[in-house]
Design a protein around this ligand. Structure first.
Ligand code: PEP
Length: 299
C-alpha cells in the first residue's frame, strides 16, 4: 500500500518497517493500466497546512475542536496536520491518535552546522511520519526561493530517512495563462524523478496546488483540477509505472473550503486535499468528511 502510515502507529521503527514491507496491492484492488483512476481505490488523504500561524492558546483550541469530531475511519481516510515546527509536539500531545502530525519543511540533508534548520532525521526521531516539501510559498517567496532541484534533494533525503513526503507542485497564474500548466507540473516532477527510485514513489503523496488558487479564495474549477490531476497521473504512468499511477494519491490544494470540497472530491483523479486557511478552523472536519462523498461517487 502506498503511504498510509498514521501517527498512531508511527514509531522510530517506521523506516525499517517500510523497508521490510514488500509492495502489496490494496484490498479490493483491480489493476488496470488502461484506466488506473476508474478502477483503483486510493485511501482519501486530507492534509492541513497550518503555515506560520498559531499560538499555544489557538492551537489548543483547534486541537480540542478537531478531537470533538467523529473518530476517523482509518480504512477510509488519512488525515495529517502540519503545525509550525515549534508547536508540532504540542499539537501531537493534544490531538487524538487518529490524526497524524507532520512538519511543513526540512533541511536538505544531514544534521549539522545549519543554524535554524530542522533535519529529516530529527523529524523521524521525534516521531513525525510526514513532511510537506515544495510548497509554493517555499518555491516562490523571494526570501526562500527553493528551486526544483532543492525540492528534489529534500524529497530524496526525507524518504531515505523514512519519512513520507507530501510533495507540492503547481503553476503560477502567468504559466497557466500561457498554457504551461502541464509543462510546469512535469518539470517539477521530473526533477524529483531524477533522484528517486520507482520504489521511493510509494512514500510520496503529490499535492497539485495551482499557485494562483492558494490563499486567494479563487479555487480551481472541477474541470481544471481534474485535468491537471489526470495529466499528473499520466506522467506517473509513463515515467514511474502503472502501479505508481494507480496507487499514488494526488491531492488538490488551493482555497478548498467546506463549500467546494464535495464537488472536487467527486473527480476521479482527486484523492484528497491539502488545505491551508480552512485547516485552521473546526470546519476542516467538513473537508475531511468529503471522503464520504468520494466513496459514494466511486460506487
Ligand atoms: C496551502 O497552503 O497549501 C493552501 C492550499 O492554502 P489555502 O487552502 O489557504 O489556499
Amino acid at each position: 500500500m502506498f503511504v498510509t502510515a498514521a501517527a498512531a502507529t508511527f514509531k522510530t521503527s517506521f523506516t525499517s518497517r517500510w523497508r521490510m514491507r514488500s509492495p502489496q496491492p490494496m484490498a479490493g484492488l483491480h489493476m488496470s493500466a488502461a484506466s488506473p483512476s476508474a478502477s483503483m481505490k486510493r485511501k482519501f488523504f486530507v492534509g492541513g497546512n497550518w503555515k506560520c500561524n498559531g499560538s499555544m492558546h489557538s492551537i489548543k483550541e483547534l486541537c480540542e475542536a478537531l478531537n470533538a469530531g467523529e473518530r476517523l475511519e482509518s480504512s477510509a481516510v488519512e488525515v495529517m496536520v502540519a503545525p509550525p515546527a515549534l508547536y508540532a509536539s504540542y499539537a501531537r500531545s493534544l490531538l487524538r491518535d487518529d490524526f497524524a502530525v507532520g512538519l511543513q519543511n526540512c533541511w536538505i540533508g544531514k544534521p549539522g552546522a545549519f543554524t535554524g534548520e530542522i533535519a529529516a532525521d530529527m523529524i523521524r526521531d521525534a516521531g513525525f511520519p510526514y513532511v510537506i516539501l515544495g510548497h509554493s510559498e517555499r518555491r516562490h517567496i523571494p526570501e526562500l526561493r527553493e528551486n526544483d532541484q532543492t525540492v528534489a534533494r529534500k524529497t530524496r533525503y526525507a524518504i531515505e530517512q523514512g519519512l513520507a513526503v507530501v510533495l507540492c507542485i503547481g503553476e503560477l497564474l502567468e504559466e497557466r495563462q500561457a498554457g504551461k500548466t502541464r509543462e510546469v507540473n512535469e518539470r517539477q516532477l521530473n526533477a524529483v524523478k531524477e533522484v528517486l527510485s520507482d520504489e521511493d514513489w510509494r512514500r510520496v503523496v503529490i499535492a497539485y496546488e495551482p499557485v494562483w488558487a492558494i490563499g486567494t479564495g479563487q479555487v480551481a474549477t472541477v474541470e481544471q483540477a481534474e485535468q491537471a490531476h489526470a495529466e499528473i497521473r499520466s506522467w506517473l504512468e509513463k515515467q514511474v509505472g502503472s502501479t505508481a499511477a494507480a496507487e499514488t494519491r494526488i491531492l488538490y490544494g488551493g482555497s478548498v473550503t467546506a463549500d467546494n470540497c464535495d464537488e472536487l472530491a467527486k473527480q476521479p483523479d482527486v484523492d484528497g486535499f491539502l488545505v491551508g486557511g480552512a485547516s485552521l478552523k473546526p470546519a476542516f472536519l467538513d473537508i475531511v468528511r468529503s471522503h464520504k462523498t468520494k466513496a459514494a461517487a466511486m460506487v
